[in-house]
Design a protein around this ligand. Sequence first.
Ligand code: RDZ
Length: 291
Amino acid sequence: HRPKVNKTMPSPKAKNNSGRSGSVPGIGNNGRYEFMSLNRTPSPHLLQRQGSDPTSARLRASESPTRRRGSGSSNASSSSAAGGPPLPEEDCMRLNPSFIGIALSSLLAIDLWLSKRLGVCACEESPWGSMRPLMKLIEVSGHGIPWLAGAAYCLYKSDSAAGQEVMLNLLLALVLDVILVGTVKAVVRRRRPAHNRMDMFATFSVDRYSFPSGHATRAAMCARFLLAHLVLAAPLRVLVLLWATLVGLSRVMLGRHNVTDVAFGFGMGYCQYNLVEALWVSPAGLQSTLG
Ligand SMILES: CC(C)=CCC/C(C)=C/COP(=O)(O)O
């Protein structure tokens, strides 16, 4: 076992007394260090002190999630493999990290590494810095304001009932998207990548968070919406899909998002369209609802 230092470093004097392996220092009565064997239950006064000391409580709270999680499940593994006496619970947790924990940490590490490598337009000095204006143009094409303004304008200008119905639902879908993305961002609170320059126009306060990408949700939802409700020739349909893909890609290339933010955003936008279909509003229905 790696000896576990209990809360604070021992004084040199205390260290000198700790010749035995398997012992760890702890603060005993009257502020002196005591040593506790990992194979033995700590003395009651030490346990009591650890429980009531605010510093140790804070330290426990800041332990890694892996160590905090699953304290109930480790009892079965508290016996050493050699059949010896039970080991302290926290040491067993360190030896048995969960598979899901490892998988998530690995995915996160790959995500951060890949996103940094793909952030080739994050600033003018970046390898593809000269493409940054083009990427920002694509960014504007997926921004909420032009889409909301465009849908409201088309609704106002539309002279057919069918056109009004489609535009009304597109407008409602865009509002729903802003609300859902804002809610998830506020709950998850994942910071944008460190290499991002926060020079986007018209952002809400939640837009300092990156998960999920609002541009990606909007691009996926609007692409599905347009493909389902507009009669478009094949080249235009391909163009719509290409646009949505480019919007997602540009988020990572500009350094605004990690890859997982965009991937989740695409999935979320795809599902949001199903919700829009389920909640589809007809102008007659809306009029009767509004009285
Ligand atoms: C002001 C309105 C209506 C929407 C905000 C649009 C916006 C800036 C979203 C952030 O997108 P990312 O999450 O992709 O960076």
